[in-house]
Write a protein that binds this ligand. Structure first.
Ligand code: T5A
Ligand code: NA
Length: 219
């Protein structure tokens, strides 16, 4: 039995990651779906409190390290599943960790920042991609990353906005440019952008499946 494949679905908030990663896991058969942040673990419970309670305070560096620690909590499980020949489908992972922190750094320099999304003083570490990547170094690298991108007008119309810390249109714009800055999709053959603008769920599923077949990760 060969090693399984690690497939990552990344994207902006409400871009359809959870919907599509569940469909992909189903289509691939022997698979396990994992979502980050995993809010059920010890560290995940603190992250959940941070995301849902705007008066719960953490410095930007602390929040960054906790999101990474949450990935390390599942590291052994991911490795074991891959060794057992499973497709492991991840709903967010390392790229989210870096892109959101980088976006917080940019946002902390804007006049709109009230201290909820990012600390009011920009800290040098949050603008330093090397520092941000540091704690994730050593985690398994995805065999394929699909980044779901969506135009910002359409994103604003999706259901359930405004309930969590980072769900502000102004901030999401910066998140999108941060992702595009770090994904390295033009050089890295394992990273593909999937533009889901104007596409319904079935159409997005078809686009994703096209890439999965082209990259032969389903074999
Ligand atoms: N974060 C995360 C960090 O800062 N650092 C990190 O290291 C990590 C891992 C929570 C926050 O944490 C941040 C990023 C986030 O701000 P989360 O729990 O993954 O992360 O939260 P969201 O990404 O916001 O998760 P959502 O569930 O809201 O978004 P999804 O999964 O992208 O979207 P989905 O599939 O749930 O769909 C959202 C809605 O759109 C509809 C769905 O039915 C649903 O109502 N929809 C569509 N509508 C129209 N057309 C389509 N094609 C649609 N596809 C789905
Ligand atoms: Na999600």
């Amino acid at each position: 039995m060969g090693r399984g494949q690690l497939i990552l679905i990344e994207g902006l908030d409400r871009s359809g990651k959870s919907t599509q990663s569940a469909i992909l896991a189903e289509k691939l058969g022997k698979s396990k779906l994992l979502k980050f942040p995993d809010r059920s673990t010890s560290v995940g419970k603190i992250i959940n409190e941070y995301l849902t309670n705007s008066s719960f305070q953490l410095s930007d560096q602390t929040a960054h390290l906790l999101f990474s620690a949450n990935r390390w909590e599942l590291n052994n499980e991911i490795i074991e599943l891959l060794n057992d020949g499973y497709f492991v489908i991840l709903d967010r992972y390392i790229y989210s960790g870096i892109a959101y922190s980088l976006a917080k750094y940019e946002y902390s320099k804007t006049a709109n920042n009230s201290g909820v999304i990012a600390s009011t003083t920009a800290s040098e570490q949050m603008g330093d991609v090397e520092w941000l990547y540091g704690p994730d170094k050593g985690l398994p690298k995805p065999d394929l990353t699909l980044f779901l991108t969506l135009d910002l007008v359409e994103l604003g119309k999706r259901k359930g906005w405004g309930n969590e810390r980072y769900e502000l249109e102004e901030f999401q714009k910066i998140v999108k440019s941060s992702f595009l800055r770090i994904l390295n999709h033009e050089e890295d053959e394992t990273v593909e952008l999937v533009d889901v603008s104007g596409k319904n769920i079935e159409e997005v599923t078809a686009l994703i499946w096209e890439v999965v077949e082209e990259k032969k990760v389903n074999q």
